[in-house]
Write a protein that binds this ligand. Structure first.
Ligand code: FE
Ligand code: CA
Length: 534
């Protein structure tokens, strides 16, 4: 379909009044890039009847603000069907309610929105007008159906100094490789916030001792990514965790494909931007993301952000995939993607114009950290930040996909972390399917000054590499206080006077239920850079 053809169809829809300007903006990503096949019969369903529960994917909330948060659901009576069980030409009226009590007797905010096929009948509501630092309950209604109720909370007011904030974080949940039973432990811990740091879905199948299977093969199209996200969302542990507390999320590579850089895939697929736009849109459709993060017409989707909890904590949530420079010295057979490289064999690594975050995000982060007055500055990003060595015989070898593959970016963030006025910087990450605890230093082998604490958390379910290789890595990296790849789970952090860190882990993810235990504890002491055993 030609672009002008598409535009005139859009114009007709706009003129007919059946597609609002707001809907158009919200769905512009799919309309502009992915084609818009439907033209006739946009059917409203003022009082729809569903063949099955339209709220099969549950409910979620995210991004607490002092006066509200974002609510999410998606209507999908048949979650594993490409259209979710509602024809894409139909839109559905959805009511939402926020109450002070679990029985919805004291409703304090409510509204009505339209769920449209262009966004897979997902609903994103940025609730405002609530009171700071409060727990609220919410639910959705469509036709005769009422969703399960969810619980969320607002952030403390800007000037307030809350005494405590408890949050969990995790990453990497391959559906086939394990049950998401870590979330059962998380709910017992009852944190205020969950932070997910990437690989929320996996686009493809791999791994050993699989416990369940993806519906369909590798995802490429919008419909395939929708089915993948929907299947993950049918997991009962994950649904409960979304319904119980607000989340912050960022993505890594597998929300789209293995190891891309910005709009470049590891095999330099010329159509990769279209694939990425499809994956980004499906991600938006399934996450409690504020509406300002919706996909843009050029296939981009801005998700890096800052979230404050009074003067106690600021979370800088980063996106290290969307804006990064091409990877250095790629495997010539692939053309792009990651590799291991000896520092002395890859001159490109030293190019100071290369960036992992893109210069705009780097500057935003540096300015935010410089101005921050929070007691804890949590830098929530995808992977291990600290410089590390995987080489031998005195020659440093790095993995080009991570911060070590972008040393100029790493140096700039190290410099920003070295500002004396910055209070208690704490880096959290995921991606490597292992718990690694360390002090961040510009040159850890020379014993340079400790600048920050780092807690890289293990995967929720994705398998780790053999522990022997982790032990080898630990021997080359004396700054690793803890390096374990043999356990799955999440990290629990309690911010108060100090930051108390617990590595939480189910005994196994190969069974649907398994008790969670604490593997180790660490502490970040107020006013002391770094982390130590607790
Ligand atoms: Fe992963
Ligand atoms: Ca990853």
């Amino acid at each position: 379909m030609s672009h002008s053809n598409r535009s005139s169809r859009l114009d007709a829809l706009l003129r007919s009044g059946r597609l609002s300007r707001r809907d158009l903006l919200r769905s512009a990503g799919s309309l502009g890039l992915l084609g818009f096949a439907s033209s006739s019969g946009v059917l409203a369903q003022a009082r729809p009847r569903f063949v099955a529960d339209p709220f099969s994917l549950g409910v979620a909330s995210g991004y607490p603000r002092a006066d509200g948060f974002t609510l999410w659901t998606r209507l999908a009576p048949s979650p594993l069907q490409a259209d979710g069980g509602i024809h894409r030409d139909e839109w559905v009226v959805v009511d939402w309610q926020v109450a002070e009590d679990e029985r919805f007797e004291r409703v304090v905010a409510e509204g009505r929105v339209r769920a449209v096929g262009e966004l897979a009948h997902s609903v994103h509501v940025d609730v405002t007008g609530l009171r700071p630092d409060r727990i609220y309950h919410y639910r959705f209604l469509a036709g005769d159906a009422i969703s399960r109720s969810g619980r969320s909370r607002t952030a403390p007011a800007a000037g307030a100094s809350p005494r405590r904030l408890k949050f969990g974080f995790s990453s990497c949940q391959h559906y086939e490789q394990g049950w998401f039973n870590g979330y059962a432990g998380l709910l017992q811990d009852d944190p205020d916030l969950m932070v997910f740091l990437g690989d929320y879905i996996y686009e493809s199948s791999w791994g050993d001792d699989l416990v369940r299977r993806h519906a369909g093969g590798e995802s490429y199209t919008l419909e395939e990514y929708r089915v993948r996200h929907a299947q993950y969302k049918t997991d009962p542990h994950l649904q409960r965790a979304h319904a119980a507390l607000p989340w912050l999320v960022t993505w890594d590579d597998h929300e789209v494909d293995n190891d891309p850089s910005a709009a470049e895939s590891e095999h330099l697929d010329p159509r990769f931007l279209l694939r990425r736009a499809a994956a980004y849109q499906a991600y938006y459709e399934h996450m409690p993301l504020p509406r300002q993060m919706r996909p843009r017409t050029d296939g981009s989707m801005p998700i890096h952000t800052r979230v404050d909890f009074g003067s106690l904590a600021s979370f800088f949530v980063l996106d290290n995939r969307q804006y990064r420079s091409s990877m250095a010295c790629p495997d010539p057979f692939k053309g792009g993607g990651s590799t291991t490289a000896y520092l002395d064999e890859c001159a490109e690594l030293q190019d100071s114009s290369r960036s992992l975050l893109g210069s705009e995000q780097e500057q935003w982060l540096e300015a935010g950290m410089a101005a921050s007055e929070a007691r804890f500055n949590v830098i929530a990003q995808q992977t291990l930040f600290t410089p590390r060595d995987e080489g031998s015989e005195g020659r440093r070898r790095i993995w080009s996909d991570g911060w070590d593959g972008y040393p100029a970016s790493q140096q700039r963030l190290l410099k920003a972390l070295s500002r004396p006025g910055l209070s208690n910087p704490l880096l959290i990450g995921g991606d490597i399917h292992a718990n690694v605890i360390c002090n961040v230093q510009a040159d850890p082998w020379a014993g340079s000054q400790v600048l920050a604490a780092e807690v890289c958390g293990t995967s929720m379910s994705s398998q780790g590499r053999p522990q022997e290789r982790m032990d080898e890595s630990k021997s080359k990296n004396p700054h690793f206080q803890w390096a374990r790849s043999d356990r799955r789970g999440y990290v629990l952090v309690e911010l108060g006077r100090n930051a108390e860190v617990a590595l939480r882990s189910p005994q196994t993810v190969k069974q649907a239920q398994s008790p969670t235990e604490t593997l180790a504890r660490f502490v970040v002491e107020d006013g002391v850079r770094g982390i130590r055993g607790g």
